[in-house]
Design a binder for this molecule. Sequence first.
Ligand code: G3P
Length: 256
Amino acid sequence: MTRRLIKSGFSRCFKVLDFLIKPSNMKFFIDTANLRDIEEAKELGILDGVTTNPSLMAKEGVCGIANIERHYRIIAEMVEGDISAEVISTDFKGMVEEGKRLADLAPNIVVKVPMIKDGVKALSYFANIGIRTNCTLVFSSAQAILAAKAGATYVSPFIGRIDDTNWDGMDLIAEMSAIYNIQGFESQILAASIRSSKHIVDAALAGANVVTCPLNAIYGMLNHPLTNIGLAKFLEDYHKLNGLATASSIIGTAQV
Ligand code: G3P
């Protein structure tokens, strides 16, 4: 208990220091349990954290408690920022036991808790003992208020899945952002279920503090035909004078 309180004190100090040192611009998390994708995103130098969920872990074939915990430890060592690890239990006692175990795996593990009644209880409990949390499966502002009130560190609205039901996921981000600002809630809005680079831009504009996205959505942000055409032309003009490559091979290399 004492160890946990000391840890919580440290984590609060780091949070304040982090806030004072870094401008609070939007963080980029990658939404995957795939180690190669995480490494690739890390190499871009823009990665602030990782989110996982039981479906993403299953996609990588990671099963059994020992393997799952080992996988979380590997990710937590690869990336300095926050790593969300989700509980499987749906009752308060189970979530607390599981969450404590996950939080003990590494200091940058954030316990992901679903937006259900016992989940809200668990969020409050974890907040009181200094364990950071990510409230997942948020689809309405009412749920977002409950999660923030319970002290969730991150609150994750699922943008793509809202769009799938013919509602606009971005409206939820904008509404949450307005509510959190008006009410002074400290939870960070973590835009999840991101499917495209447009989602990332829209989430930034709507006031998300964090976006978590698959690697292809991050790479999608690089694309603009005029960049490719412009670069090919620069290189072609250079090579006209300097010889070497052909125009078609230049265009090939210039495309991202
Ligand atoms: O971050 C939540 C995410 O993994 C869900 O994404 O595309 O399955 O809705 P998606």
